[in-house]
Design a binder for this molecule. Structure first.
Ligand SMILES: [Zn+2]
Length: 337
């Protein structure tokens, strides 16, 4: 199994740069991958981890993990003693201090079979304060030969004390034409590929997931329900029922995109400049109250930031109900006046 199989085409330059950098200076012991959701941060950090752990990397001067040594075999079996992942425990949105303590305890041991130890910690922005503080010293002086690979799609929400102790590697989405071509190679048609990319900040993996999960079908259903609620044809319950199984963060993301589109359209943006042009057929942009639109968008942005940074919302229903009532006042009261 060649390592290249797992480096996506748009990451190959980044990969080559990383290898070069390692040969010249050695990779930093704390390396933070940033970039939007679905651009392949985790795939790349896994790739780097496997390569760092590979027993033949140093002896054979390899630029990809060999895929055959004892280390690579344990890696493939998902059972490598010199590797640890740190992420939120089941049922929690946060990484807590216990998780970081495990990392610290792990890193003071000596590697069992590999030249080093590797930890992947993701997403960084959901470290709570205690956990972040417990990590600082390890980031500053990682014990022995060890590497901590961190991932975040919300760099602005990462504590500055953590940020300043890591070197950063920013992954960007490839040009749209390249992404469309890659999605076509995965079996998607061109139209769906283009649409999925628009809905997912041009990130190819997020777009692929969007298509595979039929998120577009779900999105249409949601838009139809929202339209019915806006015009008083359906009660709030049935609108919210459409979202029942969706992640709250995703729902808020959709709402935020919808409002952004409506704002852009009200300022004269063309159809090509919109994320989801279908919204123009659903809502009358001319009657929207722009001040209220902005206020609601701001409210959603704040809630979204909290959720993506690890806050748990026990009052999901209440939050969505109040957002929907605010939304309805914005589309209908203006319409009657
Ligand atoms: Zn190997």
């Amino acid at each position: 199994m060649s390592g290249w199989n797992h480096v996506y085409p748009w990451q190959q330059n980044v990969w080559s740069d990383l290898i070069k950098r390692h040969h010249v200076h050695g990779l930093p012991h704390a390396l933070m991958f940033t970039g939007p959701k679905g651009v392949g941060k985790h795939a790349l950090s896994l790739q780097v981890a496997q390569w760092l752990l590979c027993s033949r990397r140093v002896s054979d001067n390899l630029e990809v993990a060999c895929g055959q040594c004892h280390s690579c075999q344990l890696w493939a079996a998902g059972n490598h003693p010199d590797f640890q992942q740190c992420k939120p425990e089941d049922g929690s949105r946060q990484i807590r201090i216990d998780g970081v303590r495990k990392v610290n305890e792990f890193l003071v041991q000596t590697p069992q079979i590999s030249p080093c130890q590797v930890v992947i910690l993701a997403p960084v922005e959901v470290l709570n304060n205690n956990a972040a503080n417990a990590l600082l010293k390890t980031l500053e002086e990682p014990p022995g030969e060890s590497f901590i690979l961190l991932e975040t799609e919300r760099l602005g929400s990462v504590m500055p004390t953590i940020r300043s102790r890591c070197q950063r590697l920013t992954l960007v989405a490839p040009p749209t034409a390249d992404s469309i071509q890659w999605l076509q190679q995965q079996g998607c048609d061109e139209h769906s590929a283009a649409q999925a990319l628009r809905m997912n900040q041009n990130a190819p993996l997020a777009a692929l997931e969007w298509i595979q999960n039929d998120a577009h079908g779900q999105h249409r259903k949601w838009l139809a329900a929202l339209q019915q609620w806006s015009t008083g044809q359906a009660p709030l319950d049935s609108t919210l029922a459409v979202w029942k199984t969706d992640d709250l963060g995703d729902v808020l993301e959709w709402l935020s995109q919808l409002l952004s589109d409506l704002m852009r359209a009200s300022m004269g943006a063309t159809v090509e400049q919109l994320i989801e042009p279908e919204v123009l057929g659903c809502f009358d942009v001319a009657i929207l109250d722009k001040a209220k639109l902005l206020a609601l968008h701001e409210r959603i942005t704040v809630a979204l930031g909290q959720i993506r940074s690890g806050a748990s919302f026990h009052n999901r229903q209440l939050l969505l109900e109040s957002l929907m009532i605010e939304w309805q006042s914005l589309v209908t009261i203006a319409g009657r006046s």
